[in-house]
Design a protein around this ligand. Structure first.
Ligand code: FES
Length: 181
C-alpha cells in the first residue's frame, strides 16, 4: 500500500475545514482564554472592593435611635450608642456618648462630652465644689446644663443634632452648640 493511498484515506475521514489551525495556535487561544477568565474572576471582585466605598452613598446626616423621649428629664443623663463608620473601605463601629436632658423650653438638648478646652471628657455633677455643672477633670473647665462655658474652655460644649420620631430620640452629627449664646 503506498503512502499516497494512506493520506487519501485519512483525508476522506476528516471534515473539511476552511483553514487549518496549528496545535500551537489552538493551545495559545485555549490557555489564553482560560487565563483571562480566571484573572477576571480574581481581579474584578478586588476592583469592586476597592472602588465600592467611593461609590457608596455616604452616611453623613444619618440619625441613630438612642432613647425613648419619656425617659428624659431636666437632669442630664449619660447615654452611649453605637455608630457605624466608613473610612475609605474600612468599616468600624464607634461607641459615642451623649448627655441628654430636656431644658426649660422643652427642647431636647444632647451634648457631646468632649471638653472644648483640649478634648478631655466632661461629666455632670462630678465635682462636689461645682454642683449642677459639667466639669472637666483635666484642667477644671466648667459648663452649665445647656453646655455654656463658665471657666477655662473657650466655647460651649457641642451638641448632637436631634430628631424625635414615634416617641424615640435619634441623634445625628455633632454641631456647634445652638442653645446657648
Ligand atoms: S481639656 Fe477640659 S479643661 Fe482642659
Amino acid at each position: 500500500m503506498s503512502s499516497n493511498h494512506i493520506d487519501e484515506h485519512e483525508e476522506s475521514h476528516n471534515p473539511p475545514r476552511l483553514k487549518e489551525m496549528s496545535r500551537r495556535q489552538f493551545l495559545t487561544y485555549t490557555l489564553g482564554g482560560a487565563t483571562a477568565y480566571m484573572a477576571a474572576g480574581v481581579v474584578l471582585p478586588m476592583l469592586r472592593f476597592a472602588v465600592d466605598p467611593i461609590l457608596q452613598n455616604r452616611e453623613d446626616g444619618s440619625f441613630v435611635k438612642v432613647v425613648e423621649e419619656s425617659k428624659i428629664t431636666s437632669e442630664p443623663q449619660e447615654f452611649h450608642f453605637e455608630l457605624q463608620q466608613q473610612d475609605g473601605w474600612y468599616n468600624s463601629t464607634a461607641t459615642l456618648t451623649a448627655w441628654i436632658r430636656k431644658n426649660d423650653e422643652g427642647k431636647i438638648v444632647a451634648l457631646s462630652p468632649i471638653c472644648k478646652h483640649l478634648g478631655c471628657l466632661v461629666g455632670w455633677n462630678n465635682n462636689q465644689n461645682f454642683a449642677n455643672e459639667y466639669y472637666c477633670p483635666c484642667h477644671g473647665a466648667r459648663y452649665t446644663a445647656d453646655g455654656k462655658n463658665l471657666a477655662v474652655a473657650p466655647k460651649p460644649l457641642d451638641e448632637y443634632m436631634t430628631k424625635i420620631d414615634n416617641g424615640w430620640i435619634y441623634l445625628g452629627e455633632i454641631v456647634p452648640n445652638t442653645v446657648v449664646e
